[in-house]
Design a protein around this ligand. Structure first.
Ligand SMILES: [Zn+2]
Length: 338
C-alpha cells in the first residue's frame, strides 16, 4: 500500500492549483477483519508527496480525466524498501517472529496494544513460506550432520526422547518427537507425525514417532541406552526379550522428570478430596524427596527404603525401625506444617 497515492480534491477556489498532500498511511489491517486486503502492505508509515493538477476551467469535458491525475514527486518510507516493493521492516519482523520461536498472533496482539503497525497475517505466512522454511531446513540438516559426526566417536550413546502433541488429550492432530543426546544435550533427531499417517489414530502417533526415530538413529550411532517417559508403547518396543529392538541390546530407562510430574499431579488430585486437603502443604516436599531418592538410591531396594521415610517424616517421626531421615536435626518450632 506504500505505493498508493491519495488523490484528494484541492480547494475549488483556485483554477489551476498545484497542491501538495502529505499522506501518512498506517497500512494496518484490523486484526478482527476477516479478509486481508492488499498485497504486501506496510506495517510502518510512509509519506507521499504528490503533485495534483487541477483543470483550468472545470466545465470543459476533456479535462475531466485530468481531475484525478497525480504525479508522485518523492516518497518517504520509515524503512528500506526491498525488491518488489516489500518493506524491510515487514520482512525482518516476519522472519524474526519465526526465528525467535514466537507466535504471530501474540506478537500482533502486543503491537495492537502499543498502537503500532503490524505486518498482516497473509504477508507473514507468504514471507515465511518464500524465504524462511528452506534456509531453516538447510541449517538444521547441516547442524544435525555435524552433531552426528561428533557423536560417531562415542561407543556408548545415551539418548532421551519425548513426544509433544499439538493439543492435549486424544484429539491431537500432530505429534513432534524430539530426541537429545545425554551429555551434550544436542538435538539429534526431530520427527513429526500427522494423525492421517496413523489411520487417524492419535494414540499411536507417539509410537510411530518413536519407531521412526529409532530407525533413523540406530544405524548412525552406538545407542546403548534410551530414556523416555513411562509410555507403555515405548516400553514394549524396548523390552529386552520381546521388543522390536531387542537385538540392539538397548537399556531402557524412565525419565524421573515425568515421574515427578505425574506424582505431583496425583498428590494434587488426592488433596482435593474432603478431609485430605492437609496433603497440599506437603506436595512440594514429597516431590523433592522423590527427586532426592531417585538421585541417591543405587538399587530399587534402597530407593524403597528411602522413599518410605516420607510417611514417617510427615508424622514428625524422624527415625524408625528400618531407617531414619537423612536431614539434620530439626530446630524447635521449625515444623510449621500440620
Ligand atoms: Zn524427617
Amino acid at each position: 500500500m506504500a505505493s498508493h497515492i491519495n488523490a484528494k480534491q484541492g480547494t475549488p477556489s483556485t483554477s489551476r492549483a498545484t497542491s501538495v498532500h502529505i499522506v501518512a498511511e498506517p497500512g494496518v489491517q484490523p486484526l478482527s477483519a476477516g479478509g486481508e486486503v492488499g498485497d504486501l502492505e506496510s506495517s510502518m508509515h510512509s509519506l507521499s508527496i504528490a503533485e495534483e493538477h487541477r483543470p483550468d476551467s472545470p466545465d470543459k469535458e476533456d479535462t475531466n480525466d485530468l481531475r484525478n491525475t497525480v504525479h508522485s514527486l518523492w516518497k518517504w518510507h520509515s524503512q528500506p524498501t526491498l525488491r518488489f516493493g516489500m518493506q524491510g521492516g515487514d520482512f525482518m519482523l516476519s522472519a524474526n517472529i519465526l526465528l525467535s520461536g514466537n507466535n504471530y498472533r501474540k506478537v500482533a496482539l502486543l503491537f495492537k496494544f502499543m498502537a503500532m503497525g503490524m505486518v498482516s497475517v497473509s504477508t507473514f505466512f507468504r514471507i515465511q513460506d518464500a524465504y524462511c522454511i528452506e534456509p531453516v531446513q538447510e541449517y538444521w540438516d547441516k547442524t544435525r550432520a555435524e552433531v552426528l559426526e561428533s557423536l560417531r566417536q562415542k561407543d556408548r550413546v545415551v539418548v532421551l526422547g519425548d513426544g509433544r502433541m499439538d493439543s492435549p488429550g486424544h484429539c491431537a492432530q500432530f505429534c513432534t518427537y524430539t530426541t537429545i543426546e545425554q551429555d551434550s544435550r544436542d538435538i539429534v533427531h526431530i520427527v513429526s507425525v500427522d494423525k492421517r499417517e496413523t489411520n487417524r489414530n492419535s494414540v499411536i502417533m507417539e509410537k510411530e514417532c518413536f519407531i521412526r526415530t529409532m530407525e533413523a538413529l540406530l544405524p548412525e550411532l552406538a545407542i546403548k541406552e534410551v530414556v523416555t517417559d513411562a509410555h507403555p508403547q515405548s516400553s514394549a518396543l524396548l523390552n529386552p526379550e520381546r521388543g522390536k529392538y531387542k537385538a540392539w541390546g538397548i537399556q531402557h530407562s524412565l525419565d524421573i522428570w515425568h515421574a515427578a510430574k505425574s506424582l505431583s499431579k496425583k498428590l494434587r488430585r488426592v488433596g482435593t478430596v474432603k478431609n485430605q486437603t492437609i496433603i497440599q502443604a506437603w506436595i512440594k516436599d514429597i516431590v523433592n524427596h522423590f527427586w532426592y531418592c531417585s538421585k541417591h538410591a543405587v538399587t530399587e531396594e534402597q530407593f524403597k527404603m528411602m522413599w518410605v521415610g516420607v510417611l514417617h517424616h510427615v508424622r514428625d517421626e524422624h527415625s524408625w525401625a528400618t531407617g531414619c531421615c537423612q536431614h539434620e536435626p530439626l530446630e524447635e518450632g521449625s515444623q510449621e506444617k500440620p
